[in-house]
Design a protein around this ligand. Sequence first.
Ligand code: ATP
Length: 324
Amino acid sequence: MTAPLRSDAVRVRAPGKLNVYFEVGPLLDDGYHAVASAYQAVSLFEEVWAVAADDFRLEVTGSVDVSAVPLDDRNLALRAARILAQHTGYEGGVHLTVDKHVPVAGGMGGGSADAAAALVACDALWRTDVGSAELHRLAARLGADVPFALMGGTAVGLGRGDRLSPALATGRFEWVIALADGGLSTPAVYSELDRLRARAVSAGHPSTGAIPLDRISGARDDDADPAVGTGVLHALRAGDPEELAAHLHNDLQEATLSLRPELSDVLELGERSGALAGIVSGSGPTTAFLAEDLESALELQVTLSAAGYTALHAHGPVPGARLI
Ligand code: ATP
């Protein structure tokens, strides 16, 4: 896209994410689930331009299908700008242009990246200078994945995914991302997970015959909080793709596949075609394949493209929302 030729404009880039490990606890009374996530920021970037203005306005473009992106106050980028203005007492506005490259409603946190980018952009444009701790607090109010889009890199998220601590990761992991037609609503995927878990529990009742609880991923018979396994943390620290492949895990995957069974085909094709492992990204329907090295990733990208999938190459970890 063309740069606005204005000095009162800033440009920020924020990454999409993959959950290389995702464990979901039981449904809580407040309607949410406690989760444990190992996030990795990857090199599919959203770009947000912010231009000083008296009112708030938004335009959305991109290399992915942006037709489902709301342009009103439901848009996370616009909400981020408004929340920062409200918090700081800033009385002007902003015109935002969001250039999207992360698949929409694909489980890669594109909307969250836009929100993080808009926070950083408006803070710089308006010179409100709220500082990183305060930006993180505002980010958490906007959504569970927004703080990670600010932070980037590799991190563990607990609570709703927003209680973050950086995780040590060495080297660079090569990913191939397969886009899927249409999006999936994250709440719908969680509801499906609750339904599958409830069914497994009732089917496991002694009078109805025993189906072990662990047949449904994450359905557990204890009250332990979800946690990121040590295996995945070790693999990230070692920078070892084979070891990470053995520990990729997503509790939502079974629910996503139940709603979109055809995704099993791309997962099987990827794994048959040289991926070390494949996984549904977050709530899907995007799938992500970990490759041994750059060459294998590019070969896999060609194979998936030849089979008719839109496949992108990305690497991680990359930094969080930054002015460029
Ligand atoms: P999540 O897991 O947070 O639901 P996701 O990664 O699956 O997110 P997103 O692309 O972030 O998917 O969008 C989820 C929904 O959020 C979209 O269907 C859309 O209605 C709404 N939304 C709000 N703001 C944005 C934005 N800036 N870009 C994309 N979607 C947005």
